[in-house]
Design a protein around this ligand. Structure first.
Ligand code: PHE
Ligand code: NA
Length: 443
């Protein structure tokens, strides 16, 4: 009796730990900074629809597969995949998928930490009230000035790298639970407030139409690739972060609904961020395609006009920084867990990987082309490729009966729809988007 009660409570706790950690990983700069700006660059509506289709048809199936593989392997992605491959009588080469994923995590960190640094700079600008009196033009110029200043970016990038290292060194689950539990809802409220502001003060109708009116004739193969790549990036898929966290998922609980909740939350926050920003773009004669500065220009304009705006702005940029932190730790964690398993102490592993990422970050501060290349190669090539291989691994390598038991789902419609998507729709979809971006389907 007593022991069964204990088990239930342990199970519930670790499932909740998983939800908090995975949501913390998923919700980050990808939603609030990247999604709105690439939506702006790739023309709005049609891009958003392709992104949503990729979340549903590719992202969610692959996420279930990653959680399952992590829970079944109970180790870092490289060791988990090696172990599962051997147990399925396949060669151990699948370890490479885990290793490449860990590298992708480091490469993402090399620009992620720089952008998180910008968010920290805007916390400080809010505290000093810098943008409170500025015109939209001045706010735009002040973001360009930040981009032109290597020392200022370096300070914040270094601070963010240290914060990431401290949390990872302490062990991911210890610090993250409370943070995500309390701060995510706050972030949600802040974005709602910004949407309300946009609704009354911005050109809400123009922003809404920009995001949801789809004109597929203007959609390039490249735009489709970026939309798919972002589906992976925003859900933290294809590099093992979610697989590493899958180890916190309790033994027999079903994975499906939990993954739907996490993906739904992530998508909702991205769409809300877009609805907060685009109405301000059109009301202030900014251009939707202005690039990575979108959030750092539109939102300070809103805050500068709000009563008490710098306080709200300070809180908002602080919350964005925390969301970035709960994502960045998951970029480093798979590699750290892997090195730890090979016998290196956690602290040493963390120090090593954070220093590598920090040096790469300096390169992307100094050279915008490095920044762009890291972003492009990871999101649009490495993550989808990793996702493809994970889908093939779980869909075709691990024996069918084992997959069913390990997901904890019952053999009903939902399970079958997932398994079919994982084996056919997701891999084919990824390949078709790749080929299409190379221009192969044009006459
Ligand atoms: N999902 C995170 C975001 O949207 C970024 C991320 C990508 C984190 C890959 C971990 C792994 O900001
Ligand atoms: Na995200």
């Amino acid at each position: 009796m007593a022991s069964s009660t204990d088990n239930t409570s342990v199970t519930w706790k670790s499932r909740w730990t998983f939800i908090l950690a995975a949501t913390g990983s998923a919700v980050g700069l990808g939603n609030i900074w990247k999604f709105p700006y690439i939506t702006g660059e790739y023309g709005g509506g049609a891009f958003v629809l392709v992104y949503l289709a990729c979340i549903l048809l590719i992202g969610i199936p692959v996420m279930i597969a990653e959680v399952m593989a992590g829970r079944a392997g109970r180790a870092d992605p490289a060791h988990s995949m090696k172990k599962l491959a051997l147990e399925s009588n396949h060669p151990p080469y699948w370890v490479l998928v885990g290793l490449i994923g860990m590298m992708a995590g480091l490469m993402i960190m090399m620009f992620y930490s720089v952008v998180a640094g910008w968010a920290l700079e805007y916390v400080s600008q809010s505290i000093t009230g810098q943008y409170a009196q500025q015109t939209p033009e001045e706010i735009e110029a002040s973001f360009s000035a930040l981009l032109a200043s290597e020392p200022r970016q370096l300070v914040w990038h270094t601070l963010f790298s240290i914060m990431t290292g401290l949390v990872v060194a302490a062990g991911v689950t210890k610090g993250i639970g409370r943070t995500v539990d309390v701060l995510m809802p706050l972030l949600f409220i802040c974005i709602l407030l910004l949407i309300a502001y946009s609704f009354f003060e911005g050109d809400f109708s123009a922003g809404f139409h920009f995001m949801f009116d789809a004109d597929f004739s203007r959609l390039s193969g490249e735009a489709v690739l970026v939309a798919m790549g972002h589906a992976f990036f925003t859900l933290s898929l294809g590099m093992g972060a979610i697989m590493a966290y899958g180890a916190y998922f309790p033994g027999n609980a079903s994975i499906g609904k939990t993954v739907l909740a996490i993906a739904g939350m992530d998508t909702l926050i991205a769409l809300m961020a877009g609805l907060a920003m685009f109405p301000l773009v059109f009301a202030n004669d900014l251009t939707p395609g202005q690039g990575p500065g979108l959030m750092f220009v539109t939102l300070p304009i809103a805050f500068s006009n709000l009563p008490g705006g710098v306080v709200v702005g300070g809180i908002f940029f602080f919350l964005v920084s925390v969301a970035a932190l709960s994502s960045s730790i998951s970029l480093i964690e798979p590699g750290v867990a892997g090195l730890e398993k090979m016998g290196l102490p956690r602290r040493t592993s963390t120090l090593l990987l954070v220093i590598i990422a920090w040096i790469g970050g300096i390169a992307s501060i100094q050279n915008g082309a490095v920044f762009d290349a890291l972003d492009y190669i990871t999101a649009n090539i490495m993550l989808p490729l990793g996702g493809l291989l994970i889908a093939v691994f779980v869909g075709w390598v691990i024996p069918k009966p084992r997959v069913l038991t390990e997901t904890g789902m019952s053999d009903g419609l939902a399970y079958r729809a997932w398994y079919f998507s994982l084996r056919f729709i997701a891999p084919l979809g990824i390949v078709v988007v790749f080929l299409n971006s190379l221009g192969l389907f044009k006459g």
